[in-house]
Design a binder for this molecule. Structure first.
Ligand code: ATP
Length: 246
């Protein structure tokens, strides 16, 4: 069952963002692109993050996933404070705690689907046989067992994105951050990818934060957050939409 808005509010937060600001320097100018963001993301939520181009969506997503650090404020994920970690600590935290899905898949063209999915496991102590087993399990979960030995160029865009999702979940992180995961896909492939994300949320309890420009994609989430000029403007409950999709 999808979380209702009130359930989502009462569930334990997986991500806690307090008074987070991000300032970029352009030449000798400082530009504040996120203004004192406060946000709790409950464990088990599927959140869509929308807003005009340049409003700060990717910046906020990158802070949540530990790809970047805030200029001010605190970020905790599963109770661990990540805003003050150095680059190496942040990289190892990311490897074990977050799965990333990007618009253009970011698969390595010379490697098979299975080997692409294994990449996050190369940093672990798992044996070669275990890595292969986990990668095949993840590919099975996204419905691509029969494409395991294909290279990305032999797969459709939708299949490549499903391989990228398998790679994102292969370390079994609680949190998936997705930046325009359907931005390069046709409607049918986009729906397949969104249904897969929804299944990972509902059946496997993954907490998902997804940046999207597409209101139809946001309908798959339980809650849509809107950013405008670096501030959160509304938190739109989506239980009606979630029920429609249930
Ligand atoms: N590394 C950087 N250095 C300087 N400015 C940056 C940097 N990254 C982003 N910005 C600026 O921060 C603002 C927010 O960018 P961000 O990419 O987060 O927006 P967005 O809402 O994701 O936009 P889009 O929908 O176009 O992807 C923009 O004005 C952008 O130019």
């Amino acid at each position: 069952m999808p979380l209702t808005h009130s359930e989502a509010r009462s569930a334990k937060p997986l991500v806690q963002i307090q008074a987070v600001k991000k300032v970029y320097e352009r030449g000798n100018q400082k530009v504040e692109v996120l203004h004192a963001i406060d946000l709790d993301i409950p464990e088990g939520a599927f959140i869509a993050l929308m807003g005009p181009s340049g409003s700060g969506k990717t910046t906020l997503l990158n802070l949540i996933g530990g790809l970047d650090s805030p200029s001010e404020g605190t970020i905790r994920v599963a109770g661990k404070q990540i805003d003050n970690l150095g680059e190496d600590e942040l990289a190892s935290w990311r490897a074990s705690s977050v799965g990333f899905v990007f618009q253009f898949y970011n698969l390595l063209p010379m490697l098979s689907a299975r080997k692409n999915v294994e990449i996050p496991l190369l940093l672990t102590k798992l044996s070669k046989a275990k890595r292969k087993h986990h990668a095949l399990t993840a590919l099975e979960l996204v419905g691509l067992s029969d494409r395991a030995e294909h290279r990305p160029s032999e797969l459709s865009g939708g299949q490549q994105q499903r391989v990228a999702i398998a790679r994102a979940i292969v370390s079994d992180p609680k949190l998936l951050v997705c930046d325009e995961p359907t931005g390069d896909l046709d409607r049918h492939s986009a729906e397949e990818v969104l249904s897969l994300l929804q299944a990972l949320n509902r059946s496997y309890g993954k907490t998902i934060v997804m940046v999207t420009h597409d209101p139809k994609a946001a309908e798959y989430a339980q809650l849509t957050l809107h950013l405008d000029k670096g501030s959160l403007v509304t938190q739109e409950p989506s239980e009606a939409k979630a029920e429609k999709r249930a």
